[in-house]
Design a protein around this ligand. Structure first.
Ligand SMILES: C[S@@+](CC[C@H](N)C(=O)[O-])C[C@H]1O[C@@H](n2cnc3c(N)ncnc32)[C@H](O)[C@@H]1O
Length: 430
């Protein structure tokens, strides 16, 4: 992605009045090098996503009124009306379940050599986005570049903002990496530096209901992506027979009930100096979310053989306010039976990861038991989160779809099966 060269007045000739969502003021972009290579950005949002699951995040964004997203590597780019971009970003915070972060880009610059960084940052006119009395934190990511390490880039961006604020107001803002008022995101990708505001400090996946952990809990964003990948119709029953701490059933129940996961979070943008301008939009979005919530939904079943997992799930279901929708019980996966009416099984079986050969074989055995039990449930769906080397050859059905993705250092995959009818005589394992 390289910056466009303006020829005649373009959107990039309009620098906002310096505040996210503020009025436009017509000025030329400034360039420290004399070239038009510093550009304000106001026509898209970035939602960071799990690498490999970007298309699911783009599809989810469209469902929540943010259509046309382009999947990138580890993110999606959502086109927005410049006048509505803060509202669109707040909408994403409120509704998105599969996104990790919501970032409002402010400006970008071409960084051809290390020496370009300081003048580019100085020319970006960042100070108006911050008050000197607001605390700030800067985080950086570097892709496809041999630039400085991310922490050094973050430090330089922080220094540039602090210098600008000191020049503008005569005093420096404080840095607070724990609970900053303003979270700045710097991204260097293929010589293009983009500076943006992250609308939150805590990542989106921390919904707040999971306080008691579990043996190997899946991230809430990945759980929500598996629910979407499963093709569940959100009306028929859904069951997770290996629920652990309950993440999959809780995400599923939230999706079916149209609960906005961001309703009650202490969003960073609520502390922006410009937030009063957006208060009415935020209030309207919250009201819309409350109006859309469904009073009832399909039954969701959460089961696990381990009583500690069952207890943790019960607590998390209550914390999420879903006790009328999610039914928790202790059971072995071998007891899996058809749902009535037919529905969807979702599961994140043990992987045996970081464990020895014996544990890996045990994990494969749980997959085998799950697959055989699900195969005896005609007209059901099964969606599994696992790793290729663990699941391979264990499920006695041909997958309808497989989606590989990265979960940190782990190469994982979603696999989906449609149980058509009675067990096949000669099943073809995946
Ligand atoms: C990877 S964890 C699931 C994590 C869960 N998705 C979460 O977010 O917390 C796998 C779960 O399978 C359960 N499990 C293992 N063998 C089982 C069996 N035979 N029957 C039922 N549950 C089993 C374990 O107790 C564990 O909670």
């Amino acid at each position: 992605m390289s910056p466009r060269k303006p020829s005649g007045p373009t959107r990039e000739d309009h620098v906002g009045d310096g505040r996210p969502g503020g009025r436009d003021v017509r000025t030329r972009p400034r360039s420290p090098t004399g070239r038009d290579d510093i550009h304000p950005v106001d026509d898209h949002l970035i939602l960071t996503a799990v690498r490999g699951l970007e298309a699911i995040t783009a599809e989810e964004a469209a469902e929540h009124g943010l259509p046309g997203a382009t999947p990138l590597q580890g993110a999606v780019r959502v086109p927005v009306d410049p006048d509505q971009r803060v509202r669109a970003a707040m909408r994403a915070c409120l509704w998105m379940r599969t996104a990790e972060q919501v970032i409002l880009p402010l400006a970008r610059a071409r960084i051809r050599r290390p020496g370009d960084l300081a003048p580019a940052l100085a020319a970006m006119s960042l100070a108006p986005h911050f008050g000197p009395d607001h605390t700030l934190a800067v985080e950086a990511s570097i892709r496809r570049d041999n630039g400085p390490p991310p922490h050094l880039l973050a430090l330089r961006v922080k220094d540039a903002i602090v210098d600008q604020l000191r020049d503008a107001h005569g005093r420096r803002p404080f840095v607070d990496t724990e609970q900053p008022d303003i979270a700045v995101h710097a991204d260097l990708d293929d010589q293009v530096l983009t500076i943006g505001l992250r609308l939150h400090h805590e990542p989106l996946h921390r919904r707040g209901y999971r306080q008691h952990g579990g043996p190997a809990p899946v991230r809430e964003t990945i759980a929500a992506a598996l629910i979407r990948f499963s093709g569940w119709d959100r009306r028929s029953p859904l069951c997770d027979p290996l629920c652990g701490s309950g993440t999959l059933p809780i995400e599923a129940a939230g999706i079916a009930a149209r609960i906005a996961p961001g309703e009650d979070r202490p969003w960073g943008f609520l502390r922006w100096p410009t937030f009063p301008e957006h208060q009415a939009d935020w209030d309207a979005l919250l009201k819309e979310a409350r109006d859309l919530r469904k009073p009832s939904g399909p039954p969701i079943f959460a089961r696990d053989a381990d009583p500690r997992a069952v207890a943790a799930t019960r607590r998390h279901v209550v914390a999420a306010g879903l006790q009328d929708r999610v039914f928790v019980s202790q059971a072995d996966v071998s007891a899996l039976a058809p749902l009535d009416p037919a529905g969807t099984f979702v599961a994140n079986p043990p992987w045996g990861e970081r464990l020895g050969e014996g544990e890996l074989e045990q994990a494969r055995e749980v997959h085998r038991t799950l697959g055989h039990a699900a195969r005896d449930c005609p007209e059901h769906r099964l969606a599994v989160l696992s790793m290729k080397k663990v699941i391979a050859g264990t499920i006695p059905m041909r997958p309808d779809a497989v989606l590989p993705f990265r979960n940190g250092p782990l190469a994982c995959q979603f696999s989906r099966y449609l149980v058509q009818g009675p067990p096949a005589a000669d099943p073809s394992p995946d």
